[in-house]
Design a protein around this ligand. Structure first.
Ligand SMILES: *[C@@H]1O[C@H](CO)[C@@H](O)[C@H](O)[C@H]1NC(C)=O
Length: 162
């Protein structure tokens, strides 16, 4: 029992930290498809949303974004860098703010009802993020969905009782 409580508060803490990292993004001029809480829970599921995650193999940053994903997202950049610069992709995707912008751009392009429940919500964005915009229907890794679901539930609980 005590360990369950500790685990829950650990999750909440991580969510709060991650939400803090990626906040301010959603308040920009055009409306963004993905909420802050949703970004935070996708981040948790993908990488644990721990600071300091850099490029590893074909993906970079907290959201494990590939070059193709970044390109589909419209190649957002940091500090007004040209999107043609050789390091534009790692520079953006290793920056929590820019990486979150890339997720927003990708979801704006590929938003769809992956699970056929009649609406496009965070569950769909989570599936699109993992499987890509051309094949979001289908199985997802158990641990990925599990962490995502725990995160969403923890946030819902915190909003209900907090
Ligand atoms: C891109 O990243 C490199 C390496 O960290 C850095 O030297 C450079 O200043 C960054 N470019 C911009 C525009 O921030």
């Amino acid at each position: 029992m005590a360990s369950a409580v500790i685990k829950l508060s650990a999750i909440l803490l991580l969510v709060a930290v991650c939400a803090a990292d990626v906040s301010h993004l959603v308040g920009s001029s055009e409306p963004q498809p993905v909420t802050e809480v949703c970004l935070g829970c996708i981040c948790q599921a993908v990488s644990g949303c721990k600071a300091g995650i850099q490029c590893d193999g074909d993906h970079c940053g907290l959201f494990h974004i590939t070059w193709a994903y970044w390109a589909d997202a419209g190649k957002p950049t940091i500090n007004g860098q040209s999107s043609d610069a050789p390091d534009a992709y790692p520079n953006c995707t290793n920056d929590p703010y820019c990486a979150a912008l890339a997720v927003q751009g990708y979801m704006r392009k590929f938003a769809q009802d992956c699970n056929g429940d009649g609406r496009i919500d965070c569950y769909d964005y989570m599936a699109i993020h993992k499987r890509g915009g051309y094949g979001c229907v289908g199985d997802l890794p158990f641990s990925y969905v599990n962490v995502f679901n725990q995160c969403v539930a923890a946030v819902a609980n915190a909003q209900k009782y907090g």
